[in-house]
Design a protein around this ligand. Structure first.
Ligand SMILES: N[C@@H](CCC(=O)N[C@@H](CS)C(=O)NCC(=O)O)C(=O)O
Length: 213
C-alpha cells in the first residue's frame, strides 16, 4: 500500500493514524515526489490523500478509512455498540464535512483571491466554522453515555483520529481552544501514542527543514 500525502495534510493524517492503529505497513509517498500531471492521472480530484493499492486508487479519506476498516476489521476503529458506533462516525463526519471542508486552504484561497475577502474576513470565516464545530464536539463528549478516556472508548479510534489533526489545524489557524477541556484532555491522551506521534506533520519525510529552525 502506498499513501500519497503531504506533511501538512489533515485528511492524510487521519489515514496515517488509522493505518498505524491497525499496525498496517504502508509506504508514504510525498506528493511532491510526483509530477503534478502524474498525480492528476492517478487522482482526478487532485486532493490528498490517495491510497494506492497495487495501482488501484482510492481517494477521499472517508472512503479510505472505510476500506481499511472493512478489509482489516481488527482492531476495530469503531465501538462495537451500534449507537456509540454511529456517534463516533457522526463525530468524524462533523470534523471532516462541517469543519475541515469549509476551512481548508483551497477554500481560504478562493475567498481571498476570487471573492477579494481581506485577511480579517477570512479569519472570521475560519473562526466561525471552527467554533460551531468545536462547540458541538465538546458538547457531544459531555453528553456521552460513558465518560471514556478517548472519544468513544477505552482506546483511540475513528473519532479521535479525526479530532487530533483538526485541533492541530485550528492551532495553525490561531483559533482559541481554551473552552474545550474535554477535547483537550483527549488530545493529551492521544499525543504520546505512537500512532499519533508518528503521524504528525513534523514526523513526515517531506516536512520542510525550514520548519525545524
Ligand atoms: N474530503 C477530502 C479532503 C481532502 C483535502 O481537502 N485535502 C487537502 C489538504 S488537507 C488538499 O489536498 N489540499 C491540496 C494540497 O495539500 O496540495 C478528504 O477527506 O480526503
Amino acid at each position: 500500500m502506498r499513501l500519497i500525502s503531504r506533511w501538512q495534510n489533515s485528511a492524510g493524517e487521519r489515514v496515517r493514524i488509522a493505518l498505524r492503529l491497525k499496525d498496517l505497513e504502508y509506504t508514504y509517498v510525498p506528493v511532491s515526489s510526483l509530477k503534478a500531471d502524474d498525480y492528476r492521472k492517478l487522482n482526478p480530484q487532485e486532493l490528498l490523500p490517495a491510497l494506492d493499492i497495487g495501482g488501484q486508487i482510492i481517494a477521499q479519506s472517508s472512503a479510505i478509512l472505510d476500506y481499511i476498516e472493512e478489509t482489516v476489521p481488527e482492531p476495530s476503529l469503531l465501538p462495537s455498540e451500534p449507537i456509540a458506533r454511529a456517534q463516533a462516525r457522526a463525530f468524524g463526519a462533523l470534523v471532516a464535512s462541517e469543519m475541515h471542508a469549509l476551512t481548508v486552504q483551497r477554500i481560504r484561497r478562493f475567498l481571498q483571491s476570487e471573492l477579494k475577502i481581506d485577511d480579517p474576513g477570512v479569519s472570521r470565516w475560519v473562526r466561525h466554522w471552527m467554533t460551531l464545530g468545536f462547540d458541538a464536539l465538546e458538547e457531544t463528549l459531555e453528553q456521552r453515555a460513558v465518560q471514556w478516556p478517548f472519544c468513544f472508548g477505552d482506546r483511540p479510534g475513528w473519532a479521535d483520529l479525526h479530532l487530533i489533526p483538526q485541533i492541530s489545524a485550528a492551532r495553525r489557524l490561531e483559533c482559541d481552544l481554551s473552552r474545550y477541556p474535554l477535547l483537550l484532555a483527549v488530545e493529551q491522551r492521544c499525543v504520546p501514542l505512537d500512532a499519533f506521534r508518528l503521524s504528525r506533520p513534523e514526523a513526515q519525510p517531506d516536512y520542510p527543514d525550514s520548519h525545524n529552525s
